[in-house]
Design a binder for this molecule. Structure first.
Ligand SMILES: C[S@@+](CC[C@H](N)C(=O)[O-])C[C@H]1O[C@@H](n2cnc3c(N)ncnc32)[C@H](O)[C@@H]1O
Length: 280
């Protein structure tokens, strides 16, 4: 293939992807234009191959006319990988460094943004219980994908996944028996209702939706990595406007607030674990 023909093909593919993004935005209101192109392209191609669609343009027709096809694409685009006590040393830092500060307050408000199927949220709930501050805590857990949110609300997970998380729980400094936090039934485990009562799962899109007020701790891990710089800045502004003075922001190990529009508003609190504190 000549270089010219190759270039023409690349730009056609980009054109099709732009049209697909536009169709999704106009028809369903989800805006992926600020997502990192390389990973978006990989995900669209994955759906293309697995759905036996003829082309990206062919996918656009299906997106418009088949809601189930769009739901499937949304799942592929949103990358929902998660687990309980993912990066246990991060949770250890929350337990040993952040919670003792929050424990001094009369009430605690936490926001998990991009919570996926809820494992991260239930891990936090366990920490709050073990620190005996759960009752004065309110947790908002949000995602833009209803499918994962409804799984999160149910709090039912394959038992094998939870068994595998036991070591993570211990590494994070868990003091009790991990099995105390769920009820096993056949191949599944249900998170105990005492852990669920102060958690509110809600639909919230970081691209288009607004702030939460006076939050003491925002946790948004492994979400910003999929966004380009300008969208990251929008989301950082949202977080900074949501966090009360002296409150905390925790992001994923591969994510950074350096060179963002909120760098000066936060100080390093636990740099190794990407935990920042809003300046007084
Ligand atoms: C890889 S998961 C991270 C789950 C969890 N925070 C963790 O670290 O284990 C990324 C989540 O971000 C959500 N997400 C992606 N874009 C979003 C957006 N614009 N608004 C809200 N959630 C979004 C996805 O639906 C997905 O559930």
């Amino acid at each position: 293939m000549s270089l010219r023909a190759e270039n023409a093909e690349i730009s056609n593919e980009n054109l099709e992807i732009n049209l697909l993004i536009e169709a999704v935005r106009k028809k369903y209101g989800y805006d992926f234009s600020g997502y990192s192109r390389a990973s978006l392209k990989r995900r669209i191609k994955k759906t293309l191959n697995e759905s036996y669609s003829t082309s990206i343009s062919g996918m656009i027709h299906r997106i418009i006319y088949e809601k189930e096809f769009f739901d499937r694409l949304l799942l592929d685009l949103s990358v929902n990988v998660t687990e309980m006590f993912r990066d246990p040393l991060f949770f250890k830092a929350i337990k040993e460094e952040v919670l003792p500060v929050l424990a001094k307050q009369s009430s605690i408000k936490i926001w998990h943004a991009g919570c996926s199927t809820g494992e991260e949220v239930y891990s936090m709930a366990i920490l709050l219980k073990e620190a005996d501050i759960y009752n004065k805590s309110q947790i908002f857990a949000t995602d833009f994908n209803e499918v994962v949110l409804s799984k999160a609300r149910q709090g039912i997970f394959p038992i094998g996944n939870l068994r595998e998380s036991t070591r993570n729980y211990q590494k994070s400094g868990g003091t009790g028996a991990f099995t105390d936090w769920y009820t096993a039934k056949y191949d599944f485990a249900m998170i105990k209702s005492t852990l669920r009562k102060n958690i509110l799962f809600a639909d919230h899109n970081l691209v288009t939706d607004g702030v939460f007020s006076e939050v003491d701790l925002v946790i948004c891990r492994n979400v910003l990595i999929y966004f380009e710089r300008s969208l990251q800045n929008r989301v950082f502004r949202l977080f900074s406007d949501s966090i009360s003075t002296g409150g905390f922001l925790a992001i994923g190990s591969k994510e950074s607030i350096h060179f963002s529009n909120i760098t000066d508003e936060f100080e390093q609190f636990s740099p190794a674990h990407k935990i920042f504190r809003k300046r007084k």
